[in-house]
Design a protein around this ligand. Sequence first.
Ligand SMILES: Cc1cc2nc3c(=O)[nH]c(=O)nc-3n(C[C@H](O)[C@H](O)[C@H](O)COP(=O)(O)OP(=O)(O)OC[C@H]3O[C@@H](n4cnc5c(N)ncnc54)[C@H](O)[C@@H]3O)c2cc1C
Length: 286
Amino acid sequence: MDFLRPTTWEEALAAKADRPDAVPIQGGTDVMVEINFGVRRPPALLDLNGVAELRDWSMTGGMCRLGAGVPYAVVVDRLGDVLPGLAQAARTVGSPQIRNRGSVGGNLGAASPAGDSHPPLLAAGAVVEVGSRDRGVRMIPATEFYLGVKRSALEQDELIRAVHVPPATGPQYFSKVGTRNAMVIAVCSFAIALHPGERRVGTGLGSAAPTPRRALEAEELLAAELDWEAPLDPALARRFGELCARAAAPIDDVRGTAAYRVHAIGVLARRTLAWAWTDHLGKRAA
Ligand SMILES: Cc1cc2nc3c(=O)[nH]c(=O)nc-3n(C[C@H](O)[C@H](O)[C@H](O)COP(=O)(O)OP(=O)(O)OC[C@H]3O[C@@H](n4cnc5c(N)ncnc54)[C@H](O)[C@@H]3O)c2cc1C
């Protein structure tokens, strides 16, 4: 197996263009498991750890630009105020060791429907920045990034450079159902982001369909009927939960049944909306 070690972004893109069969590796918390268990034996690995810029984050053009290699631990420690939904999700990933190595870019690269960063990225309205040597930069909205189970819009010669996430302008929550509290793949998960300036609520469902997805009808319901000055109407919250559950299209597997997942998504949606609404009204009263 060849081992390619670029030290700049340009070198990384050139290596990927010349060797489209090379599998990128950042934290390795997915890739090394697959290699160790014989799930795949790539002819080459493209180690991105030498490309320092991938581990940087910055505020750029009103967005938080998170390099693809920024580990979860940094999101938790540094970005809790700016990206609270993503930071909450990052806190639930694996163990401290996995959070030190694993990255949001790696989660995107794997494109598992159960990846924990996807729901908050969808709810916040994130955009994925990808690049290739021959075709330049593409900015792909998270809503268009996930194409199928472990399939993304990334082409063979492309690498993920960063993800651009709008800083929170309102409360955000992430909630995950698992068979225990740590080191579990989500049975299902849900993220919510209130965008008070736009009078809009963003959603993201995880582990509840072939791809992470938004609950669009549920978002439309709240956009039309939420009174942003008033306490949350329980009937509206219930309908929101029902529409989120209806957006799910899960499967039965070892972690849970489809019926359970549909039910749980409805509960998580209602619950996270109530938490966010309490914060929203609290902030207005303060
Ligand atoms: C014990 C354990 C517990 C875990 N718990 C969780 C959990 O709770 N929640 C969760 O979501 N995940 C979990 N994971 C999975 C994994 O940690 C995450 O998916 C993590 O985000 C992967 O990041 P990484 O940097 O390690 O990616 P890598 O393993 O390096 O790469 C993952 C995939 O992304 C591709 N890739 C990496 N970087 C790029 C790039 N810049 N451009 C294009 N493609 C790229 C790789 O080729 C590969 O296909 C767990 C894994 C383990 C081993």
